[in-house]
Design a protein around this ligand. Structure first.
Ligand SMILES: NC(=O)c1ccc[n+]([C@@H]2O[C@H](COP(=O)([O-])OP(=O)(O)OC[C@H]3O[C@@H](n4cnc5c(N)ncnc54)[C@H](O)[C@@H]3O)[C@@H](O)[C@H]2O)c1
Length: 347
């Protein structure tokens, strides 16, 4: 661990209008009072600026609409920053199976452009936000050990392959030119403001609206859930105390089969099992993810504190219950106009 934590002055956060990025903006503003943020996001379908509305005029938060694959835009946004956290990505596995092109463009080419620009501008630290999906799948045998940082990369989906490619680029830059890059690989996140194509918001919102929930295959696929604020705390810890060339696994040892999650959500929304609609399994569906974050806890002095179920899941469901205008605007498509309006105000 570094003796003195790195204290960034100006951080470029990419993808800060998405689920994890917007939580990271909030966490950085709160936890790093000496840091200002340039938030670069091109506002894809997954972005929601209304989730950041009260922060658009914050003196330490500057929103810039722009694409990480556009070198000139990236150069302008990164100029004067001493740290970069790359959160921007195409993030939905099902979409990557339908068409992988945007995934290669943003997740691979976008990362390369950020790395080149950070190198050119001599940024002090670069953190790549990655995923446990780069390791592929474990079997359902609970004795099979969880992913470690040394587990070979074996991505199954085009999404995971694009993230693995980006990770390898970061590590190659570290190795060949001494680039100050680090990687966090986190398990499945839950919490407020997650785009309702992902399982927890999708199921919660469907059940609240009296609609059935599509459960893939036999429902036995296991995911290891962590609250988005615990993930953000790990990202900040890695930025401040991590070492160049290192990978940090991030998880809360909170494994649950999808069918169990579904029953918890049914209970929390007062619905019964007739609301489950069994649907054909996702192609190449990974069976089990489980992440071993021992090294991260030791090296960074971080640990998850907000991910405990059922309390944290209950609080998340409550957030969606209390935030109907937020998700209704996404379901109706109105959020796109709202994004345009707010992006205009932020200029
Ligand atoms: N959601 C999870 O459970 C999870 C778990 C581990 C790691 N991750 C990683 O965290 C990151 C964020 O995930 P998320 O769930 O918040 O995703 P998200 O889809 O909610 O948000 C992605 C954001 O990136 C922006 N973006 C996309 N392409 C861009 C481009 N070319 N230029 C600028 N901005 C662009 C989008 O507009 C959006 O605001 C991803 O890198 C993902 O791989 C996610």
């Amino acid at each position: 661990m570094h003796e003195r934590p790195f204290e960034p002055k100006r951080i470029l956060i990419t993808g800060g209008a998405g689920f994890i990025g917007s939580a990271l903006v909030r966490n950085v503003l709160e936890q790093l009072p000496g840091a200002s943020i340039v938030n670069l996001d091109c506002l894809t379908y997954a972005a929601s600026l209304s989730g950041l509305e009260e922060l658009l005029e914050h003196p330490r938060h500057h929103f810039v609409r722009g694409d990480i694959t556009d070198r000139e835009t990236v150069r302008r946004a990164m100029d004067g920053c001493d740290a970069v956290i790359n959160v921007a990505a195409e993030s939905h596995v099902d979409r990557s199976i339908a068409d992988s092109s945007p995934f290669i463009r943003t997740n691979v080419v976008g990362t390369q452009i950020l790395l080149d620009t950070a190198r050119e501008l001599k940024v002090a630290r670069y953190l790549q936000v990655s995923t446990d999906e780069v390791y592929g799948s474990l079997s359902l045998d609970p004795n099979e050990p969880a992913f470690k940082e040394t587990t070979p990369l074996n991505p199954s989906s085009p999404y995971a392959a694009s993230k693995a490619a980006a990770d390898l680029l970061v590590l190659a830059y570290c190795h060949t030119i001494g680039f100050p890059g680090m990687i966090t690989r986190c398990s499945n996140n839950f919490g407020p403001r997650q785009f309702p194509e992902k399982v927890i918001p999708l199921f919660t919102i469907n059940l609240m609206r009296g609609k059935r929930v599509p459960l893939y295959g036999d429902g036995l696929n296991v995911r290891d859930w962590i609250h988005v604020d615990d993930h953000c705390a790990a990202i900040i810890a890695a930025l401040q105390r991590g070492q160049a060339g290192q990978v940090y696994n991030v998880g809360a040892s909170n494994e649950h089969p999808n069918v169990e999650l579904t029953h918890m959500l049914l209970k929390l929304t007062g619905r019964d099992a007739s609301y489950i609609e069994h649907v054909t399994d996702r192609l190449g569906h990974d069976r089990r993810y489980a992440i071993d974050s021992t090294w991260t806890r030791q090296a960074l002095g971080w640990q998850a504190s907000k991910s405990q179920w059922p309390a944290a899941l209950e609080a998340t469901v409550q957030w969606y219950r209390d935030s109907q205008p937020w998700w209704e605007s996404i379901l109706s498509g109105q959020y796109r106009d709202e994004n345009e309006r707010l992006a205009g105000l932020a200029r």
